[in-house]
Design a binder for this molecule. Structure first.
Ligand SMILES: [Zn+2]
Length: 242
């Protein structure tokens, strides 16, 4: 995204892709609320329900609960919800995941895709990130899954995630001060973020991080995002000054 687009305050339609229910809400929820509040359409895609992530409940017990939590969160954020039919335990990406994401991008036609930063210590996150990035790359190529018309996503951004820290260097801070209440409300729909499923203090971490980024950006709360690696060399006859 160019500086001009950032200054113009345009809010493009979003597709937010996360490995597990909850990943999108806690790391991207404030960004989604900031866009939907400005009239953009947003779609949340959970690649798995994250049903394997409870310290005491079985996946069969946890899966329907996670789906209900995701539905409630999406309503609060003003987003559509798509839960892909992939299992959490043993998730390793693959062609079926990729095909589903290509189809979803072409159906929803987002201007921006949000996904995990690929440098993760959680293999589910890095697999989901790599599938999302490959789907963005493939969606404009007409010969890939030729039944649906191609679609070119304008930009991909990866928000900060405590599980995806390797080589993550933010290049943009998005002011989310006016949607923090919506973000927190949507997160609290999840047992995970109320402290019941695991012991990590998610809301303390992310609220603290957003406050720290806000201090850097000159606002109360900001989400830090990075643009994934790409190779798009420009040609010039001399070095541009800006
Ligand atoms: Zn996750």
């Amino acid at each position: 995204m160019t500086d001009a687009a950032v200054r113009a305050d345009r809010a493009p339609d979003l597709l937010a892709i996360g490995a597990h229910t909850g990943d999108v809400e806690v790391t991207m929820g404030a960004l989604i609320a900031a866009h939907t509040r400005r009239g953009a359409r947003a779609t949340i895609c959970h690649v798995t329900l994250g049903e394997g992530g409870h310290k005491t409940k079985t996946p069969a017990e946890y899966a329907p609960q996670r789906r209900k939590e995701a539905e409630a969160s999406a309503r609060i954020l003003g987003a559509d919800l798509v839960c892909l039919p992939h299992a959490d335990i043993g998730f390793a990406g693959g062609p079926e995941v990729l095909a589903n994401l290509i189809d979803l991008i072409r159906e929803r036609k987002p201007g921006v895709v949000l996904c995990h930063w690929p440098g993760s210590f959680h293999s589910g996150h890095s697999h989901a990130a790599n599938c999302a990035l490959q789907a963005v790359e493939s969606a404009p190529v007409a010969r890939i899954r030729p039944k649906a018309p191609p679609w070119k996503v304008g930009a991909v951004w990866c928000p900060e995630n405590w599980e995806d820290p390797f080589e993550f260097h933010p290049s943009l801070y998005v002011d989310v001060s006016d949607v923090m209440d919506v973000w927190e409300k949507s997160c609290l729909e999840h047992e995970l973020f109320r402290g019941g499923a695991l012991s990590f203090r998610y809301l303390d971490y992310y609220k603290g991080a957003m406050q720290a980024h806000g201090a850097v950006a000159g606002c109360l709360f900001a989400v830090a995002v990075a643009s994934p690696w790409s190779f798009s060399p420009r040609k010039a006859s001399f070095l541009p000054a800006g």
